[in-house]
Write a new protein. Structure first.
Length: 551
């Protein structure tokens, strides 16, 4: 078997995410690329949680509906996911919770008492049973547990071994050919990319699905040499981040749509004051509170137009963890080069999904340069230079009086209502936008995959990369995916569309926001496939819909 899918499910509080991560590492260590999707309701305890772990020899970013292994910690898991099972699906379950004639049961309580282990280690029994059912050698289980369980590893191994010895191999998973690559969530990749680009300070108020980025950077702040701050509100977040940036610290904020609503006045302050700022906006289903733990691609137009007035901004939308690692660093560097807000637009699927990342395949990211003041007096914070990018100075620099102003201002930062000066400064800011658009010509803003010469193309963005690539491979289609959404890469897109007779937009929103943006530039999608129930596209379903449109 060179493509394997495992679903593990139970109640919130049962440790489904960490158990899924261990299953992912087992498949990773026997030669597979990994994608893990975690599904959970907005509850602290109770409700049904499950993780789907897929391993394949090709690069992947989606899960198919059918599963090869079902690991059930409770009866609800068995009942909810029976339609995803086939006649070949191997079922491993907690025999203390489930009575079933199908599959192999593990008497978890008996296993734990046999080695004097606490109840919290029950998942190790299920994982050990899975390894035996899948024919994974015991030494692989030992290596994974020793590498990824921080405490009590020896006792966890005893629990896993007891279950391993009680079951039989029923669905052997053959070894793949891939080395065990690092596994990163999208949020971890975003964090690492920003750190590589010189992140000094991360400021955030927890809001799913961006929260794990805050937790990740806080956990490793000493190793990364950064400051992580959790203020009392999203308004405080963006204002504090602007203060850090004003003082010369590369700062970033993270939130989702509802939190970003509160940040929009601060965003306009960044636009007028020309303070560089990186913003991670991880989308979830709206409007309002919506579905806090489910996904969407419905905030593109909001992020494009948020804040009063007109000022340039950058929006990048990576499609997987490897791209998130690269583009988050680029976003931070360009925010500081052009002194603009730069957005990393993610969603629940990407932010909380786990991916294999080949470090050698990710371009090198280093901290970029920003135009610094050369010390010539007097210092003009908003000097009207030809490219519109004024040299920047920070408090404490000799002979620099730095006036940062949210009001309309002149070159020195002094408030003014003079019509000529106001227009002059507006033109200066717009020139920065023109320079930013010109800069992006040197970046791979468009990804073309599938069959490059195919006359039918899927048009997508963000985390739908994985599912669209798989459908294109099945049907012989082209996939065109912009990774930079603002400045909109019109010329690169039009070149990518050469030879396309039929264009199908695939988006996880109700109004085809990317297609609507492209229409402004004369790029028309012939068909639209839209999903807006909070769940990501499954390849099985999308395959049927695309076939109907091309038949």
């Amino acid at each position: 078997m060179k493509n394997v899918s495992v679903l593990i499910g139970g109640r919130a509080g049962d440790g489904i995410n960490s158990a899924g991560a261990l299953v992912a590492q087992l498949l990773n260590h026997i030669g597979y690329n990994i994608y893990l999707y975690f599904d959970y309701p907005s509850l602290i305890r109770g409700g049904h949680n499950f993780a789907v772990i897929r391993g394949a020899e090709q690069s992947i970013g989606t899960c198919w509906k059918t599963i090869d292994f079902l690991l059930a910690l409770n009866m609800e898991t068995l009942e909810r996911h029976k339609d995803q099972c086939t006649g070949d699906t191997a079922i491993i379950f907690n025999a203390d919770q489930i009575k079933s004639p199908d599959g192999q049961g593990i008497p978890v309580k008996s296993v734990l008492s046999g080695v004097d282990a606490p109840a919290i280690m029950g998942n190790s029994a299920i994982i050990g049973g899975f390894a035996k059912a899948a024919g994974i050698e015991w030494n692989v289980v030992e290596d994974v547990f020793k590498s990824h369980i921080p405490k009590g590893v020896d006792l966890n191994l005893k629990v896993a071994r007891s279950a391993y010895d009680q079951l039989k191999t029923v669905h052997a998973v053959s070894r793949g050919t891939k080395p065990p690559y690092p596994l990163l969530t999208g949020n971890e990749a975003i964090g690492l990319g920003m750190v590589k680009a010189g992140l000094d300070t991360y400021v955030s108020y927890p809001m799913t699905p961006s929260s794990s980025l805050l937790h990740f950077l806080a956990e490793h702040h000493e190793k990364f040499g950064i400051t992580v701050v959790h203020p009392e509100s999203e308004i405080a977040v963006i204002l504090m981040a602007l203060g850090f940036a004003y003082s010369g610290k590369r700062s970033a904020v993270g939130t989702s749509g509802g939190g970003f609503c509160l940040m929009t006045e601060g965003l306009s302050l960044a636009g007028m004051a020309e303070v560089p700022l990186t913003l991670v906006v991880s989308q979830r289903t709206g409007p309002s509170t919506g579905l806090p733990t489910y996904t969407a691609q419905s905030d593109l137009h909001f992020v494009m137009h948020a804040g009063q007035g007109e000022y340039p901004r950058l929006i990048v939308a990576p499609g997987d963890a490897a791209e998130a690692l690269y583009w988050s660093g680029i976003a931070m560097n360009l925010a500081w080069k052009f002194q603009v807000p730069a957005f990393i637009l993610s969603d629940k699927t990407l932010s909380e999904g786990t991916y294999s990342v080949d470090p050698a395949a990710v371009p090198e990211i280093r901290e970029g340069d920003s135009p610094r003041w050369d010390g010539t007096s007097p210092y003009l914070r908003y000097a009207d230079v030809p490219k519109g990018i004024s040299p920047i100075a920070f408090p404490g620099m000799k002979d620099a009086v730095i006036k940062t102003n949210s009001y309309a201002h002149d070159e020195a930062g002094i408030t003014t209502e003079d019509a000529r000066v106001v227009a002059q400064m507006a033109k200066k800011r717009l020139r920065k936008g023109e320079m930013l658009a010109e800069e992006m010509l040197g970046y791979p803003c468009i990804n073309i995959s599938g069959v490059p010469g195919a006359s039918t193309a899927l048009f997508c963005w963000g985390s739908t990369k994985g599912v669209c690539n798989e459908i294109a491979a099945h049907l012989g289609l082209r996939v065109i995916r912009p990774m930079v959404l603002l400045p909109f890469p019109v010329d690169q897109l039009k070149k990518a569309f050469e030879g396309v007779a039929k264009l199908i937009a695939v988006e996880e929103n109700a109004t085809a926001q990317l297609a609507a943006l492209a229409e402004r530039y004369g790029i028309i999608a012939n068909e639209k496939i839209l999903q807006y129930d909070g769940r990501p596209f499954l390849p099985d379903d999308l395959l049927v819909k695309v076939r109907e449109m091309i038949s």
